[in-house]
Design a protein around this ligand. Structure first.
Ligand SMILES: NC(=O)c1ccc[n+]([C@@H]2O[C@H](COP(=O)([O-])OP(=O)(O)OC[C@H]3O[C@@H](n4cnc5c(N)ncnc54)[C@H](OP(=O)(O)O)[C@@H]3O)[C@@H](O)[C@H]2O)c1
Length: 291
């Protein structure tokens, strides 16, 4: 038998050690009996990113697909040979496909992954009032897709600790996507959580035990969905308070799963069957169970 080295996939970013993507993608490779492995590629700075991306072009490089995470989702744009129209509109890429000519193609599956998760839990966004906490990369992906939906939300209120970052996000996204439904508010009260159908936390706040609750839980109510993009811990303080108020709650594990399924589809050009998706989801839930 001739030894065939495995095709390499992986995630680039800083940090990447905490990523659950290897668990999910390696489970899929195993289930499909594909000779491939998904690895972590920590890149300390932009210089390391530059060298890594240049090396990706080399004919003998065995890497055929990558995820991109913070802080490089925008930095990788300059190294692409082509960009998917959605990723271009969003101005950020989280998935790279490297073809056999070593051309690099960029996609974004974060926003679509979020929408797929909402569809999976049967949450209909049309005409809804959405309140968003945070204006980083995840907020950018979510706001972009929400604003592009033909039958999307009625309104989006956006609060961020640094107003200037929220302003910059809306201005940048607004260059290619209509953002007329988005209103930036100056304080948390301005989010009008008591009237919202969907509250999304896109900040890092809630990952640490010592993190504060950013909102007044008195405004949470039973007719809303509270979505926290954090998946570790499985139940943040925000989700725990929302559960006490009988709101519907959901963490970010589903978004992670669906963005991964969509990335895999870009790499393989094959839609994953339900059996493999189940294996991927189970692998994530098992790893996340203790948190
Ligand atoms: N479920 C998934 O698939 C998925 C995917 C991607 C990311 N995530 C999670 O999403 C979270 C955010 O990631 P990101 O890539 O969007 O990060 P990011 O680009 O660094 O943005 C972080 C956001 O959190 C805000 N923030 C940070 N610390 C804060 C504090 N102490 N008080 C108030 N606001 C604070 C920042 O506000 P300023 O602008 O004021 O700094 C910014 O709006 C992380 O927990 C990440 O793990 C989940």
């Amino acid at each position: 038998m001739v030894y065939e080295p495995p095709a390499i996939y992986g995630i680039i970013g800083n940090p990447v050690a905490h990523s659950l993507s290897p668990v999910m993608h390696n489970a899929a490779f195993k289930a499909l009996k594909v000779n491939a492995v998904y690895k972590l590629f920590p890149l300390a700075d932009r210089q390391e990113l530059k060298l890594f991306m240049e090396d990706l072009k080399e004919a003998d490089n065995p890497i055929f697909g990558l995820n991109v995470t913070v802080p490089y989702k925008e930095d990788v744009l300059q190294y692409l040979d082509s960009i998917d129209p959605l990723a271009d509109k969003m101005g950020a890429v989280n998935t790279l496909v490297i073809d056999h000519q070593r051309k690099i193609h960029g996609f974004n599956t974060d926003g679509p992954g979020f929408l797929s998760h909402l569809a999976d839990i049967n949450f209909d966004l049309s005409g809804k009032r959405v309140a968003i906490l945070g204006a980083g990369g995840t907020a950018r992906a979510i706001i972009s897709v929400l604003c592009m939906l033909p039958q999307g939300p009625k309104s989006i209120t956006l609060y961020n600790r640094s107003r200037a970052n929220a302003q910059a996000l809306v201005e940048e996204v607004g260059k290619k996507i209509k953002t007329g439904i988005v209103t930036i508010v100056d304080d948390i009260q301005g989010l009008n959580i008591e009237l919202a159908d969907l509250l999304i936390n896109t900040t890092n706040v809630g990952m640490k035990e010592s993190d504060p609750l950013l909102i007044d839980p008195g405004f949470l109510h039973k007719d809303m969905l509270v979505y926290d993009v954090i998946y570790m811990p499985r139940e943040t303080k925000l989700l725990a308070q929302a559960r006490l108020k009988k709101a519907r709650t959901v963490n970010g594990l589903g978004m992670l799963f669906f963005q991964g399924v969509l990335a895999f589809w870009h790499w393989s050009d094959v839609e994953l069957d339900e059996r493999v998706k189940k294996v991927m989801r189970k692998s994530l839930e098992e790893v996340n169970h203790g948190s």
